[in-house]
Ligand binder design. Structure first.
Ligand SMILES: Cc1cc2nc3c(=O)[nH]c(=O)nc-3n(C[C@H](O)[C@H](O)[C@H](O)COP(=O)(O)OP(=O)(O)OC[C@H]3O[C@@H](n4cnc5c(N)ncnc54)[C@H](O)[C@@H]3O)c2cc1C
Length: 465
């Protein structure tokens, strides 16, 4: 009688309900499926593959301490997964399969196929909501419908999540002996070595736990003041760990609660606002779990599917390469491509610029972000893009159009961030930096479109839909 824990984007041993439960029931082996072809189809970029591999390496070391062997299966596409798992559970005489749920549509279909195959093989299938605090379907309106707007979702979520509910799962118990040998990890995933950008993006649950602790102690109370300033580290920088599951939302919320007098919404304004961000993550996961059309590339608001976006490859390239003539946008895009990171405020500015100033389909931007971001996550990325393009769950209408110059003056007033990434503007006096950066002797392009003309064009575009 062996239990098999199937790891996916839950690459941690602590607060992992699937693993802890399996270990209380009997001998346990673990596995991970390398779905490199499918990941590429889902726009997973090189730096994320390398980060995933480093996180797996750290997981394997933790599992060894628990005497849980990690088997590595190659299943290039999701449809290959049931067969690959079946072979393993035949070999190990597995009687129960344990895993934490994933919510995009392809992942749910894969899991349904695996569960069906497992049941046919008389395996017990145990599923857990490991990447969420509350399962989709448990946060509903009085009429029993899913919430489609964040603020009422947040309110209801807060009512349901009493402090006890954020207690992480029990610590996993070491088993006396491993039921089989583990596999060595591949040196590369999808052709990408674990060494890629290894210094910039350290991985694994110990790194994530240390970052969480440091954030809560050192920066948590200032979060509401600092979180919009890209020139400083005012946020937790945990999203890449959350996206591979090296840390869980429960662990984040527990740390927040412990630092806030035992409350999720207590006296510490910074922590309160940070908890709201964790709930945004939950919200977008509930959306993709309950609205299948979002995973099929459609606008959340399906009436916006009819918008005739501009086909403008040159403008798209200028945006991707940080050559729009808007310093804040260009600095942010250059930072993204060079490092795999973009600050949340700038993600909104850049996404709105592409979809509103340039009227380019938000899906082109969503895809580019996904390929570049170290924390690329379908639910949050899609949610952020659709929010910015006004096709999504945002309660505000399409006439929210950020002015990149005003955003620059407000959130990077001395231009510290902008000058770093656009060195041609390093010596430009503050008064010109965001308003009139194109000057004689400065190697910086003219704006691709003037702001007020772009704003009017966007208003007309959305009004006419
Ligand atoms: C256009 C766009 C694309 C985005 N793409 C992604 C993505 O691919 N992956 C991703 O994890 N986040 C994405 N976000 C959300 C957000 O920008 C990042 O989660 C955040 O910048 C990560 O930094 P942090 O870990 O320091 O966050 P903190 O500010 O410390 O917040 C803590 C955690 O809360 C969650 N969170 C914070 N803000 C949001 C948000 N707006 N939506 C959902 N969850 C949030 C993240 O998991 C984050 O790690 C996107 C936002 C926009 C506007």
């Amino acid at each position: 009688m062996t239990g098999l824990v199937w790891f996916r984007h839950d690459l941690r041993t602590s607060d992992n309900a699937a693993l802890s439960d399996a270990l209380t029931a009997g001998p346990v082996a673990a596995c991970f499926c390398v779905c490199d072809q499918q990941w590429r189809e889902h726009d997973v970029g090189d730096r994320r593959l390398a980060f995933l591999l480093r996180t797996l390496t750290a997981l394997q070391a933790r599992l060894e301490i628990l005497n849980v062997p990690l088997r590595i299966l190659h299943a290039p596409r999701f449809e290959d997964v049931p067969g690959a798992l079946e072979k393993l559970w035949d070999e190990l005489q597995v009687t129960a399969l344990y895993f934490n749920e994933e919510y995009p549509l392809n992942e749910r279909r894969r899991d349904a196929a695996v569960a069906e195959r497992a049941k046919r093989n008389r395996l017990d299938v145990r599923r857990y909501a490991g990447s969420l605090t509350l399962s989709p379907g448990t946060v509903r309106t009085q009429e029993g419908k899913p919430y489609t707007v964040y603020t009422p979702f947040r309110r209801r979520w807060g009512e349901l999540v009493d402090p006890v509910a954020v207690n992480p799962a029990p610590a996993p118990q070491r088993q006396p002996q491993a039921p089989c040998a583990g596999d060595p990890l591949p040196p590369a995933l999808g052709g990408v070595s674990h060494e890629l950008e290894a210094d910039a993006w350290p991985a694994g649950e110990a790194v994530a736990a240390a970052s969480l602790e440091r954030f809560v102690i050192e920066r948590g109370s200032r979060y509401h003041k600092d979180r919009d300033l890209p020139a400083i580290t005012g946020t937790s920088a945990l999203s890449q760990h959350l996206s591979v599951g090296a840390v869980s939302p429960n662990q984040c919320l527990k740390a927040a609660r412990d630092a806030n007098g035992g409350q999720l919404a207590g006296d510490d304004q910074g922590i309160n606002v940070w908890v709201n961000e964790i709930v945004w993550r939950e919200f977008y996961r509930h959306i993709i779990a309950q609205f299948d059309h979002v995973s099929k590339g459609h606008a959340f608001r399906t009436d916006y599917d009819a918008l005739a976006w501009r086909d403008a490859p040159e403008d798209l390239h200028a945006w991707q390469e940080g050559r729009t003539g808007y310093p804040l946008v260009d600095a942010a895009m250059r930072c993204l491509v060079a490092t795999g990171w973009m600050h949340n405020r700038l993600r909104m500015v850049c996404a709105m610029f592409l979809s509103k100033h340039l009227l380019i389909d938000w899906r082109a931007g969503e895809r580019f972000f996904m390929q570049q971001l170290i924390d690329g996550d379908f639910a949050s990325n899609n949610g952020g893009w659709q929010w910015s393009a006004s096709t999504g769950t945002d309660a505000a209408p399409y006439f929210r159009i950020f002015n990149p110059a005003s955003q620059g003056k407000k959130f990077d007033p001395k231009g510290v961030f902008t000058r770093k990434w656009v060195p041609a503007l390093a010596e430009l006096p503050d008064r010109y930096l965001f308003e009139a950066p194109t000057r004689e002797g400065v190697d910086y392009p003219e704006p691709v479109i003037e702001h007020s003309a772009a704003r009017q064009r966007a208003l007309d575009f959305f009004k006419a839909k």
